[in-house]
Design a protein around this ligand. Sequence first.
Ligand code: PLP
Length: 448
Amino acid sequence: MSRVPERLGQYREGRLANKVSTTDWVRRDAEVVWHGFTQMSTFATNSPIVVERGEGRELIDVEGRRYLDAISSVWMMTLGHRVPELDDALRDQIDRIAHSTMLGHGNVATIELAEDLAARLPMEDPHLLFAADGAAAVEQALKIAFQYWVNLGVEGRTGYLAFGGAYHGDTIGSISVGAGGFGTDLFDPLRFEVIHAPGFDDPNCIDVACDLIQVYRDRLAAVIAEPLVQGAAGIHVRQPEEFRMLAEACRANDVLLICDEIAVGFGRTGSLFASQRCGIRPDLLTMGKGITGGYLPMSATAANRRVYDAFLGEDLGPRTLYHGHSYAGNALAAAVARRHLQLIEEWGVLANVEARSAELSAALAERVLPLPQVREVRQQGFMVGVELAPPSEGMRWGRQVSAACVERGVLIRPLGDVIVSVPMLTTTPEEIDRIIDTIAAAITSAAT
Ligand SMILES: *Cc1c(COP(=O)(O)O)cnc(C)c1O
């Protein structure tokens, strides 16, 4: 037997084995895993990628294919996958302790992180209540705002004002202040009542919100808003001055302001916190997603001095906040989050976001906006939404264009017919080019 066919045979077998591999992993996945926001009966037919490794800004699937992660694993990753400094921080902490409870006790990693965050938050004397998911941080903020008025002995302050299009997470409290949509309307009977201003797609939304705050001032515990960008609504942007007006209306009417920075926080819009860019100082601020650079589940609710002080009282007394999550203040997450904060500064990450987002907007204006299939391009920093203009409903252009991007090795996930890109904060000029070229090519090829 000659050696050549043998080699060929091996090669073919190898490829076959690999080919089976994605299909096989998807089959195993669908056998036991239930994916969020995903119809499982069609999960396998929508060409899911199965990730085995990551490297920098790329994901590597079980067949060794590489994808530029242009959505930062849905707005989570900041510096990249497998950042040596973050890996080291994790290893270093794991040799000390992984977790100890925050209920009545402390741990060094969490104290150090809280100190570093407190020094950077645009708030007066913040105290941080940690949790693991963004929705839990929102839930905490809503409950704290509610109890704040109870503790002060003020009656009737039980309501919230939120914006149309808002997304604050998927727990019952956070969907109540959210706008619904995404097929979640069936939960309406579970939602508590909330006063809604229009969404950020309406240029009058902040004016209307300010009027509503004045009208309902005696009934509102708090206003909740995503500063600068409503992400899940399809990347809708409002200007810093408008949030200053909103904050002023809250102050003038003595209503608490909750800024949900879970998506915009940690540099995504070019400043560490979007509230800073707006020049506002919220009473409560929620963080999640990028807090650990996308490494580990961690979220937090920061409360300013005014709010925090209202909870001080006698031991076991009624002013205490009776709320806490088991994984709150996880030491591994805290150690990574702290190193992450340092790296944002050491590497000049925010300056990169500023410089690259200028290139991003120039490239979008030149290569994407002129396409006949595009209705609008929206951007703030590294949050980009390209709204397609399908000639009729039900054409699933968003899904098709995203699939065409993934085929070209750039991971994109749509929100309806909005193509969303949220690149990692360390993205290079070449990668910006590649993302824009890929989106433009995908739109031209798929949206027909
Ligand atoms: C993602 C997100 C949440 C929810 O965070 P989870 O960690 O997914 O629960 C809340 N608010 C905003 C603005 C978000 O983008």
